[in-house]
Structures are given as C-alpha cells and as structure tokens.
Design a protein around this ligand. Structure first.
Ligand code: BES
Ligand code: MN
Ligand code: ZN
Length: 484
C-alpha cells in the first residue's frame, strides 16, 4: 500500500472513499469541512449532526459524485490505541468493500494523528498468507492523508507520513519473521537475513557460530544449541549514524528458532507455538532494518544469539555444568529454561563493549503471562531513569508494559549447588527469578529487561493484528530511540 501526504481537498480528491476521524466533543474541523461534499445529500448532513462520536461507532455516509464518507468515532480525548483501532476498522471496511484508494482528512498535521492513521492502516491490513495457495485478503493500493488545516506544510506532512510508514513497516516485518515456521526460518536463515540487512542498510555484521562459540568462551549459547542439527550462532549488527550525536545503545534479542524444551521436553500443547520463541530477535532485527530510513541519531548494536532448543544425542542434560562468557559457571536444572542461557552470554559480551545502555527483549517465561496476562509485557530495571523513559516510550507507542521488581528475596532461587548459578528455581516468581539470572551477567546500572512471552503473539485475531506474531515492542523501541 502506497502511503502519502496529499494537498487534495475532500471535494476534488480522486479517492471514492474518504475517512474523517471524529472526536467526541472535539473541534472536528475536518468533519465540518466534509459537509461541503454533501450538497446533494441533506440526509448525510443530518446524520453527521446527530453523530456523537462514541468509540467503535462508524458512520457510513453517501456523498456527492457517488463517493462514500466513513466517520469513525474516537470517543472523548482518545489515546493512540483508540485512534489506531478506529482507523484500522475503517480501513478494513474500505478494503473489504473493494475500494482501492482512500483519503483520510485530519483537523491538523501532527505526529500523533498522522502516525495513528498510517499505523492503523498498515497494521490493520497485515496478513500472513505466503503459504496459502489461494487467499483473498483485504488490501488497498493507496492511502492519502490530508488535512483541512490552512497553510499546512507539505514538507512536514510528507516527513510525518514517511516516518510513520517506516515504523509500521518494521512492525509488519517483525510479524513476518515471527510467523515464519521454524523449518523456513531457522538459525541458518536468520543469519542470512542479518547479512542481507547489513548490506541493505550499511550495518557492520559479525557472525560467530558452532565450535567458534565455545572456542571464544560462549559456553552457554553453545550448550543450548548443541542438541540441534544446525549449530547455534551469535550475530552482531552495528548501525552507525551519519552524524554521531546520541548514545551507544545495545539491543539484545532472544533468538530460539524453535523451543521444544530440550531433554526436558515440552508437552505437545505447550510446544505448538514455539516458533515464536525468536520474537525478541525478530524485534531487534526489525529495528536494525529501520534505523537508516529513520535517521536515528544513536549508535545501535544488536546482539542476537540464535539456537534451536532440541532433543539430540549431544543435547545438554539436566545436571550438566557449563561455563559462561563472563566466567561464572551454571548448572542446568531444566533444559527448557534455555532463553536466559543464551541471553546471559550475549549480555556479558555487550557489557565488555562501550555501551551507555543495554536492553534485552525475550519471550522468556510463561510465568510472565500468568502474572500480567497475555497482552502485556513485563519490564525490569534498577535504573529508575531508564525505566521511566521506557515506560514513557511504551505509553507513546500505545503498547502495554508493566514494571516488575528485581526482587532480591528471590536471589536464592538461582544460587547454584554444584556451580555458581543454576538456571532455574521453583515456579513461584518464575519471571522474576529469570530476570535475576540475567542480572548476574550484565552491568545492572544501565540495563533494562523486557519479558514479552505473552504479547509477542496474538491468541486470537483483533482489528490491528491477525492471530500470530504481533511485532510487539517495535514501536516502543522506535519511540525510545527518537528521544534523546
Ligand atoms: N520460551 C519459553 C517461554 C514461553 C512460554 C514463551 C510460553 C512463550 C509462551 C521458555 O524458554 C521456557 O520454556 N520457559 C519455562 C521456564 C521454566 C522451565 C523455568 C517456562 O516458562 O515454563
Ligand atoms: Mn524453553
Ligand atoms: Zn524458550
């Protein structure tokens, strides 16, 4: 779908369908202006005048020249989530009714509403149908966004639409990666993908894999992947801005291409969606692919440990002890607690480099969904400043996260008996003890951890996302990187 800013006015625009968002008790300048398109349709004027603009209500109006106008209600002082959802619903309606081009009119040009329109449309029309022989999915050829604001700047309009498009495309790119089955997107293909990204966007790329991992001291990444047919790997990608004016940020993403649980095999019902277990890696790689277009001012390095947690004659066993990159030894208690092992080595490497901030994203624990439900991620940090900036970014992005404590009373859970540490404790506070394990491998004063085990995937389709990968956290990270 081509998305652009338009100077066309609503009367002369070429689209046969026009969308005008309507805020309850708002100014609604665009909705007033649209009445010019109703000179032969007094009934439409009447309906619009009676419209309250309640969230989820959509007015469908006939306009001059055989055009249709949709007026989605946003409710009173709507947040970004409501904006996006209302737009997605109207756009889907338009696409289902086979309109190929749509114009949206806004009261004025501002980042919030332009992003909401572009994101609502782009995310709402996303489908994953590569493997269907036949599919009739709703789509639009083009979306034009305009405003009734006098002397709105062309340059600003185009800039806002372009940036929002890059952001929304990054979310859909991430959804594709998560939705790809593990036999299509395994460790080998993930490495290829990272290499492609590095060529496309001038990123520095380094891959360490197989025996080289254990040789270089990444004993935990190596242990997790050694039961699988394809050896594990650690991918590093670095984006350097044209003019360096920001921070040096490390993004770490869990990349378990399939989590069968290892010798501590998962039951079938828990294994079914485990191709999703590379969502952290998918998020981080999607970000790396968007930074150049968005002109990010920070230097950003991605650390992506990749492995399949499989059963095999070489698979790590409960009771085994492995040495981490940091030097601490770890006793394996449960081979299904593999994500923290991968991340531990990646975090330890990041810590040896010159980063101002280190942030990781992982589908780490089922316990996180037990605590917060499947639609909300957990965020952990001892750095209150970073934590509040991340919460702020999530709020702006309209993504749901909630802080949980790095509770020192649970530290005993991961104290080792045979080795320095063990890779899991009992199930109470399981998401916290997993975070505490990670904390042992990084400089906690500049570290933030996100557990996205629940929201990385949608259990049922919604207006903004079909069942499957959600791209959760992509928008939050991009908002965060735009702040200083
Ligand atoms: N990948 C899983 C966590 C997960 C569960 C993600 C459900 C998405 C949905 C992780 O590797 C895992 O298996 N965690 C175990 C930890 C336990 C063995 C301490 C879990 O959550 O059961
Ligand atoms: Mn697991
Ligand atoms: Zn896992």
């Amino acid at each position: 779908m081509k998305r652009s800013y338009t100077k066309e006015n609503c009367q002369s625009c070429s689209s046969r369908l026009i969308i005008v968002p309507f805020i309850m008790e708002g100014k609604n300048a665009a909705a007033r202006e649209i009445q010019r398109c109703f000179s032969n349709h007094p009934g439409s004027i009447q309906q619009l005048q009676n419209f309250e603009g309640r969230f989820k209500d959509i007015l469908n109006l006939e306009a001059d020249g055989g055009k249709t106008v949709l007026i989605p209600g946003l409710g009173k002082s709507p947040d970004v989530r409501k904006w996006r959802e209302a737009i997605a619903k109207s756009i889907t309606l338009a696409a289902n009714r086979k309109f190929s081009s749509v114009n949206i009119y806004l009261d004025d040009l501002n980042e919030r509403s332009v992003s909401a329109c572009v994101e609502g449309a782009t995310l709402g029309l996303y489908r994953f149908n590569r493997y269907k022989s036949k599919s009739n999915t709703p789509s639009l050829a083009q979306l034009k966004i305009g405003t009734v604001q006098q002397n709105a700047s062309n340059a600003l309009g185009s800039k806002l639409v372009k940036a929002a498009s890059a952001e929304a495309d990054a979310v859909n790119f991430c959804r594709d990666l998560v939705n790809e089955p593990a036999n299509q997107l395994g460790v080998t293909e993930m490495i290829e993908l990272a290499r492609d990204l590095s060529k496309q966007h001038q990123l520095r790329c380094k891959v360490t894999s197989g025996q080289m991992l254990s040789k270089k001291g990444f004993g935990l990444i190596h242990a997790v992947g050694k039961g699988a047919a394809v050896p594990p790997a650690l991918v590093e990608l670095t984006y350097t801005p044209e003019k360096m004016s920001g921070k040096k940020i490390a993004l770490v993403g869990k990349g378990v291409v399939f989590d069968a649980g290892g010798l501590c095999l998962k039951p079938a019902a828990s294994m079914i969606n485990m191709k999703t277990d590379m969502a952290g890696a998918a998020v981080v790689l999607s970000i790396m692919g968007a930074l150049r277009t968005l002109n990010c001012e920070h230097e950003v390095t991605a650390y992506v440990p990749l492995a399949e947690n499989a059963i095999g004659k070489d698979a790590m066993r409960p009771g085994d002890v492995y040495k981490s990159y940091l030097g601490k030894t770890v006793e394996i208690v449960n081979t299904d607690a593999e994500g923290r092992l991968l991340l531990a080595d990646a975090l330890a490497l990041a810590q040896t480099r010159d980063h101002d901030e280190i942030i990781d994203f992982a589908t780490l624990t089922g316990a996180c969904s037990v605590a917060l439900g499947k639609k909300r991620g957990a965020v952990f940090s001892d750095n209150q400043k970073m934590l509040s900036r991340w919460l702020d970014a999530a709020q702006k992005a309209g993504e749901l996260v909630w802080p949980l404590p790095l509770a020192s009373e649970l530290e005993n859970e991961i104290k080792g008996e045979v080795a320095d540490l063990k890779n899991c404790g009992d199930r109470f506070g399981g998401t916290i003890s997993a975070a505490l394990f990670l904390k042992q491998f990084t400089d906690a004063s500049k570290w933030v951890h996100f557990d996205i085990a629940g929201p990385a995937r949608n259990a049922a389709a919604s207006v903004l996302c079909p069942k499957g990968g959600t791209g959760f956290m992509v928008l939050t990270i991009l908002r965060y990187l735009q702040s200083k």
